[in-house]
Ligand binder design. Sequence first.
Ligand SMILES: Nc1nc2c(ncn2[C@@H]2O[C@H](COP(=O)(O)OP(=O)(O)OP(=O)(O)O)[C@@H](O)[C@H]2O)c(=O)[nH]1
Ligand SMILES: [Mg+2]
Length: 149
Amino acid sequence: MKQVGIFGKRKSGKSALMYALTRQKIIQDAAFRAMEISGVTRVMLVDTVGVDVEDDSTAEKSAQSVEVALMLIADDSFELELAWISKLRRAGSSVIVVISKADKFPDGGKALAAAVKEVSGLEALCVSSQTGAGIVELDEEINRRLAEE
Ligand SMILES: Nc1nc2c(ncn2[C@@H]2O[C@H](COP(=O)(O)OP(=O)(O)OP(=O)(O)O)[C@@H](O)[C@H]2O)c(=O)[nH]1
Ligand SMILES: [Mg+2]
């Protein structure tokens, strides 16, 4: 089964995002009954320990096995995240950059996404697990990346 890993620092919102994505799937599948089984069993979402923990070997291990990786960025110090993005790509993962807890920013995370783009050239999706903003778009992007794999 294909795996989608959720990476980010401690308390960046990884587990909340996993729950929001799962809930989104369940709601969708309730509406499209025919898709129910394939939709639910098609991918495995993998929650990980923070990339900023002292012993990040379990995150390293996950990095080797996921087809698609979400890298959460929750504030404007994101050097470690950029280093992990390179690492994930070298391991063969397709990386989606996520501005996490977007509801906490007055502009919905747009300025932070622009800063990430300026430094790395990467487009980030602004997502809030709390309000649900961007969850559908993220779900669609994950599916696009999985289709490319
Ligand atoms: N405002 C806001 N708070 C959030 C959001 N997502 C998570 N949080 C809060 O941020 C804190 C950390 O969220 P978690 O989902 O546990 O983060 P985590 O990355 O799994 O944390 P660890 O597993 O401890 O590394 C909690 O207090 C959440 O309620 C969000 O989208 N918006
Ligand atoms: Mg967690």
